[in-house]
Design a protein around this ligand. Structure first.
Ligand code: PEP
Ligand code: MG
Length: 635
């Protein structure tokens, strides 16, 4: 499984020697490999130095064979047994994990549920019964077909969510395959000494199984900041650089590496000076991370005592616990569309109710904002008959689809209403562009409440109904919408797309799709003011909330409620603690007067970055400040 070509020499810490070899400069010098730098994505902060361990392909292999009709029951039984074996293996990994690693455990629990996914099993069954394929072949084909439902690989790989869901399915099916071929142990990776694991990809269980192995860092060819390798590495507090396309070509087992999870760089055959630098950065980062995490459950209060609510965005129910762990004061956005994706039948009322209830109970007494499904655009669900439109982002998406399919929508609303019996929930409508849509949703919500009442279920009489403000029409009409919605949540990911007319998935225009564009800042300010004047709470749940500079600016624009990826909460809390509202307002006033996103970014770099430099660089203040002349890391 592992490819260990030349065992690395051991240094004082079980890693590589940091001193240069004490040999005279002779022919040896000709063999000193050239230092190279590989660029990837900063997946998990921290800096590590050590020898590489390059892992081969971790996928299970099998022989494709047809079976006789008489063997069909036996093949079906093999699948059932494989599900149990795979579940047991994941439970074992789970049991071996330290308690602190709740984040990783949540992913493993989700995988155990996915092993029994009805869509997957329908396909496997059919391939065994109808096509008479052996269990391994059926599992492998079912996996490929479900992965294909997400569209062609190259076309959508820019969407981190899609990449991750594909990865989940491939991982779960790989566990099944391993169980079928008798390679069920995920503990295949064994490190004899502290090493940097380099692989094409690492599944969460592969990563989790290394918890007690001395892995110094991870480097993978694929992945994004939100990929599971990154999430797991962050939970394990192991530095990681992901998306290093040429890692397997350029790195050999035993090569000395510096992995900089702060900048997303990997140095192969680093110089002695860069090794010394790396060690210093590593120490400073560890001190920084310990300090930040120790304060994560303290309330978020600005330097002049103003409270700001920090909540989490979640996609999977299992993430709710992780959110609480990171100090979230509730769930500001639960993207329910992920319940509809990757299946052949739509989730029923009871199934949805159980999921919503689990989330509500996990964060109770804090509130949970359940967003009704936002399907269409870049969020594809095969169970909906969506028309082939030239521009799906401007087509039948979100609330438009919900109103076109009132029965499907009512099923979701009833499940949400029933979940209200278990905690503080709010219902939020995505992509609202006209008051008519909000009125229709309110009418359907009343209908759903009456249906729930008639069926004798418990529920809360008043459930706040709010809306996403992510279409420019809704933003500029916020004062009017204040008469229709009980709260607003700014969705800057889409607001940027629609206001600047830049596809949110466009790689070539990504740099121009900036939430710092003054046009976006003015829309945010207008909505924040309209909410204040009309007594409507306004929050923001776009990705910009998880950037320390942007969050500070949002404070100055009047926001007191932000929702973001859970892992960013401790950092944003710390950033806001360092500012007074008056300071943030003064910066926001200048930003609103800027003529471009670049001018706003320069303003923030000048006025705010020096104060937040440690948060931007992920390093303790003294080191970060000495580097403050360097450009801030990719955000
Ligand atoms: C947004 O558009 O900012 C948002 C939070 O919604 P999503 O990213 O799910 O479209
Ligand atoms: Mg949106």
């Amino acid at each position: 499984m592992t490819d260990r070509r030349s065992p690395p020499p051991k240094g004082p810490e079980g890693a590589v020697p940091v001193a240069p070899p004490s040999v005279p400069p002779s022919t040896f010098d000709l063999d000193v490999p050239e230092a190279i730098t590989l660029k990837g994505i900063a997946g998990s902060p921290g800096v590590a130095v050590g020898p590489a361990l390059v892992l081969g392909d971790l996928r299970a292999s099998f022989v494709r064979r047809h079976v006789h009709t008489a063997q069909i029951p036996q093949e079906l039984e093999r699948v059932t047994a494989a599900v149990q074996t795979a579940k047991k293996t994941l439970q074992d990994v789970d049991a071996r994990m330290p308690k602190a690693m709740r984040e990783a455990a949540a992913i493993l629990t989700a995988y155990q549920m996915m092993l029994e996914d009805p869509t997957l099993h329908e396909r496997i069954d059919q391939k065994i019964r109808k096509d008479k394929k052996c269990a391994e072949w059926a599992v492998s084909e079912a996996s490929e077909e479900i992965v294909a439902l997400f569209g062609p690989k190259g076309a959508t790989d820019r969407d981190a969510y899609i990449v991750e869901r594909r990865h989940d399915i491939e991982f779960v099916c790989d566990r099944l395959l391993r169980a079928l071929v008798g390679e069920e142990s995920p503990h295949a990776v064994r490190l004899d000494e502290p090493m940097i694991v380099v692989a094409r990809d690492l599944s969460p269980a592969d990563t989790a199984s290394m918890v007690r192995e001395p892995a110094l860092a991870f480097v993978t060819c694929v992945g994004t900041r939100t990929s599971h390798t990154s999430i797991m590495a962050r939970a394990l507090e192991i530095p990681a650089v992901v998306g290093v396309a040429d890692a397997l070509e350029k790195i050999r087992t035993g090569d000395t590496l510096v992995v900089d999870g702060l900048t997303g760089q990997v140095y192969v055959h680093p110089t002695d000076q860069s090794i010394r630098d790396a060690r210093q950065r590593s120490e400073q980062h560890l001190a920084f991370a310990r300090r930040l995490l120790s304060a994560r459950h303290k309330p978020c209060v600005t330097a002049d005592g103003v409270s700001v609510q920090l909540k989490a965005n979640v996609e999977l129910p299992a993430e709710a616990i992780l959110a609480v762990d990171h100090g979230a004061q509730g769930i500001g956005l639960y993207r329910t569309e992920f319940l509809y994706i990757d299946r052949t039948t739509q989730p029923g009322e009871d199934e949805q109710y159980e999921v919503y209830r689990a989330i509500v109970e996990a964060v109770s007494p804090s509130p949970v904002t359940l967003r009704t499904f936002d399907i269409g655009g870049d969020k594809f669900a095969s169970t909906f008959q969506l028309p082939a439109e030239m521009n799906p982002a401007l087509g039948l998406r979100a609330v438009r689809l919900a109103l076109k399919e009132p029965e499907v929508f009512l099923t979701q609303l009833r499940a949400m209403v029933r979940a209200s019996a278990h905690g503080d929930i709010r219902i939020m409508v995505p992509m609202v562009a006209s008051v008519h849509e909000m009125r229709e949703v309110r009418r359907l919500l009343h209908q759903a409440i009456e249906q729930v009442r008639a069926r004798g279920h418990a529920f809360e009489e008043h459930i706040p109904l709010g809306m996403m403000v992510e279409v420019p029409a809704a933003a500029v009409m916020a004062d009017v919408f204040a008469g229709e919605a009980e709260f607003f949540s700014l969705g800057t990911n889409d607001l940027v797309q629609y206001a600047l007319a830049i596809d949110r998935a466009s790689q070539s225009l990504a740099a121009q799709a900036s939430p710092f564009d003054p046009a976006i800042l003015r829309l945010i300010k207008f909505v924040a003011d309209a909410g204040k004047n009309r007594g409507i709470p306004v929050s923001l749940c776009g990705a910009m909330a998880s950037d320390p500079l942007a969050a500070s600016l949002l404070l100055g624009l009047g926001l007191r409620d932000l929702s973001m990826e859970a892992a960013a909460i401790p950092e944003i809390k710390e950033a806001l603690r360092r500012l007074t509202v008056a300071e943030a307002e003064a910066i926001a006033a200048q930003a609103l007067a800027c003529d471009s996103a670049d001018a706003v970014e320069e303003l923030l770099a000048r006025e705010l970055a020096p104060r937040l430099i440690d948060l931007l660089a992920g390093l303790a203040e003294d080191v970060a400040v000495s580097r403050s002349s360097a450009p801030p890391p990719d955000r």
